[in-house]
Design a protein around this ligand. Structure first.
Ligand code: GLC
Ligand code: MG
Length: 249
């Protein structure tokens, strides 16, 4: 079996089926030990909320941690954020202006303080009203020439981040550091902020069986042989996909 780079979202992807997670963890940690595979978590959570989940679910220590939807990368258990990644995404980002403009939209309810990060401004936005609000917000932000991207997930979470940062671009940054080809990389997800992982290129993609409508819609509009929609949910779907692609026996 050859080494591979394993990149996974956490909520409702890696985490959600405790029994399957135990089995997957065991296979992944053995693979890492025997073949030098790398484990990467790519989550929308901040480091604070990640630590809570890590403890609660007894997660494996990853080789790299991508938090706050790709805007922060922590490498090899490092406690400080990778500064070369931060420098790469900082250009054209103006947090204060984003906050000022967004404040004019009463439909946007700020998320908790832990989730407001240097390169991420996050709100709750109800799905029923989301489309016109997202369009109007985007055009307002464009007027100021802000280099931003809106990421809407799970029919409620809105993240505003620098255009050159998302889970997919963070994954590529790590791929280049560790020198894994796209074909040796597998990405797993369930919701809107994971689309960026699947959209990069030839990485093997596993959509767990419980994937959300926004991801399923994107998948049906962008069919590709390198992506697999699992039957099983969460870690069970990941195990199924890893076998499908031949990464695990
Ligand atoms: C996590 C984060 C939240 C973000 C969401 C979607 O739930 O805590 O801030 O909006 O992921 O990316
Ligand atoms: Mg998720």
């Amino acid at each position: 079996m050859a080494k591979f780079m394993f990149v996974t979202d956490l909520d409702n992807t890696l985490v959600g089926d405790d029994q399957a997670l135990v089995q997957l963890n065991q296979m992944l940690s053995q693979h890492r030990e025997e073949h030098g595979s790398k484990i990467v978590y790519a989550t929308g959570r901040s480091l604070v909320l990640y630590r809570e989940l890590e403890e609660e679910k007894n997660l494996l220590e990853p080789d790299a941690l991508v938090v706050s939807v790709g805007t922060e990368i922590y490498l090899d258990g490092n406690h400080s954020v990778d500064s070369s990644w931060s420098a790469q995404i900082a250009s054209g980002w103006n947090r204060d202006t984003v906050v000022t403009i967004a404040a004019k939209f009463y439909e946007l309810k700020p998320q908790p303080d832990t989730e407001q990060r240097p390169f991420k401004v996050s709100f709750f936005l109800e799905e029923q009203v989301s489309q016109p609000v997202l369009e109007k917000l985007e055009s307002e932000l464009q007027k100021y020439g802000l280099n931003i991207k809106l990421i809407y997930s799970s029919g409620i979470d809105l993240d505003i981040v620098p255009r050159q940062s998302d889970k997919g671009q963070a994954m590529q940054f790590l791929r280049q550091i560790w020198k894994f080809a796209a074909e040796e990389t597998v990405v797993c997800g369930d919701s809107g902020n994971d689309i960026a992982l699947f959209a990069v290129g030839n990485e093997r993609g596993i959509l767990v069986g419980n994937a959300r409508p926004e991801l399923l819609k994107w998948h049906s509009e962008n069919p590709a042989d390198c992506r697999y929609l699992a039957q099983n949910y969460c870690a069970g779907g990941i195990l199924e996909g890893l076998k499908y692609f031949g990464f695990l026996e």
